[in-house]
Design a protein around this ligand. Sequence first.
Ligand code: ADP
Length: 642
Amino acid sequence: MPGLAPNLRHFLDQHQTVRVRLNGDWPPLILQDQGETQGISADYLRLVTSKLGLTIQPADIANFSELLGRLPTGDGVDIQPTMRATDERRAYLHFTRPYTTFPVVIVVRKESGFIGSLDDLTGRKVVTERSYWYSDELRKNHPAISLNPVANSEEAMRILSQGDADAYVGVLPVAIWHMENRGYTNLKIAAPAALSPAELSFGVRGDWPELAQALDAALASITPEEHREIRQRWLGNREPGGLDPRAVALWGGGSLIFALILLGSFALANRRLLREIGLRRQAEEQLRTSEETSRQLLDASSDACMLFDVDGTMRGCNQIFAARFGVDPLQVPGTSLWDYFPPQVAEERRIAVAGVVAAGKPVVTTDVRSGRHLSNSIYPLKDNAGVVRRVAVYSRDISEQVWAEQKIKSYVAEIERSNEDLEQFAYVASHDLREPLRQVSSYVALLERRYGQHLDDDARQFITYAREGVTRMDQLILDLLEYSRIGRGLVLVPTQAENAARIAVENLKTGIKDCGGTVTIVSPLPAVLAAEAHLIRLFQNLIGNGLKYHRDGVPPVIRVSATTDASHAIFTVSDNGIGIETEYFERIFGIFQRLHVRNQYPGTGIGLAICRKVVERHGGRIWVESTPGEGTSFHFSLKRPD
Ligand code: ADP
């Protein structure tokens, strides 16, 4: 049958033969005719089983009471074709939608006095079929009636006709059938019985909900023509009202009004049924479309998705799940989730799921299986009463992400290691290099002192160059030493930046005076988390550069200011000097990188490298903005105290 959900199709493939109690005796719903089972219910049964491709195997069960004992567990029988759903029965059986509806009526002998309702049967002896819903309702709701339950309708009608009971309560077409076929001309239908009508469904064994769902789907697909055909066959000219008014008038001993009431209620029941069928088919169609949409959505996900009962019984999954475990998605429903994992993982899963079920809250877990990293989001699904009945899991393969993170971590560790090595090297080298340099320096001085007067001008000039070289090299080594000393793990404490800036200006006092410059600190500068000595050094280098790189004839004007946000302060040291071309913005922060020859502007090119290292060790950033010929602004950010 097209449009059947995959789990139902799978179920039907697994269970192609169904055992049905065919030896029932409830004409014209079910009856035995020359060894063959016939009747309205038998026709519906054949129609739906053929739609589902099922083979019927007769189950020989003596009576309805025995059937009720065996059906819940599927003990010898899977389907009972004529059954009314009651709350009590629903606890241990599954039911399809009703496929037909008839009223329940009171049948009496013609000579009986007026019987208009069940109340008129008080103290009377009434026969009815044992274990049927209306016999239960009679017992419970009308205790004043003396009830005599018998094995079947045949026996009940015979007892009534023979005068051993005052009335029979049963389903309308059943009563009519017996009166017509057994020649009970002494009986009449007296009145409708105010009991639940015969809304007949298929009852299905308690552990096979899928079969009930499949039968339900098949019933929903029955066309109005097919319904009409079955009813026409068994109710004949009583269609669609269900009863020939003349026949009722005859049986009812002239009670035509009642016949018409019955006729009306019958017609109404039929119309309601047809309307309901139409609505259900529409709902079915909508359900199919929405199922399809959900499936497409799930299959479009890159996560493995699964839905299962709290005990791990799988209800469904998407293609990714099936591919991950190498199974056919149609084979998954009904299997146990725990069987998909090695025992230890299964146990961990079971514990995680139990935790989610108990807490009623989703969790995300991660695990590694077959070398792949999985992130599992586990969601509890509650029923209307708020009880967790099912669990949905979305399992994402995050291996690539995890590997990328691991790679980044190992690169960072490697870089840190090699930085440490470099710093160590610079420190050791600068220390050790000064020793031979001192030796060169003292021997050059000795040479000059002892032999200076014997040397010509050229030789003395060469000695001067050598001394200058030694001095410059010593300065470079000292710079390198200073640079390498800006160690890691600085102790950062709340520090008044304004103090640090003022000390820096104080240190540069002579230089400022010499070049006729002005340095303005825009008060107040904020407090920051810093090591004060380093902060002083930072301001000093930047202000010092502003003084040094001034334009010819233009006295340097330097301004130190700051802005803040919630977590950081950004400082700016700006000048009106020569400026820097954009292309050098990065290079100037490198060690010993200079843009000018020594004669023009003195220096070794270490100042900005130290600035950058200081700022970065404080967790900040330094950058430059400049317009050549107009001036330069250095900016750096530092963290503020909480
Ligand atoms: P040094 O001043 O010893 O050369 P720095 O590392 O302090 O070393 O500066 C690197 C280079 O950046 C300098 O050689 C100079 O060309 C350029 N520079 C630094 N500060 C300024 C400034 N305020 N104005 C113009 N150029 C600057």
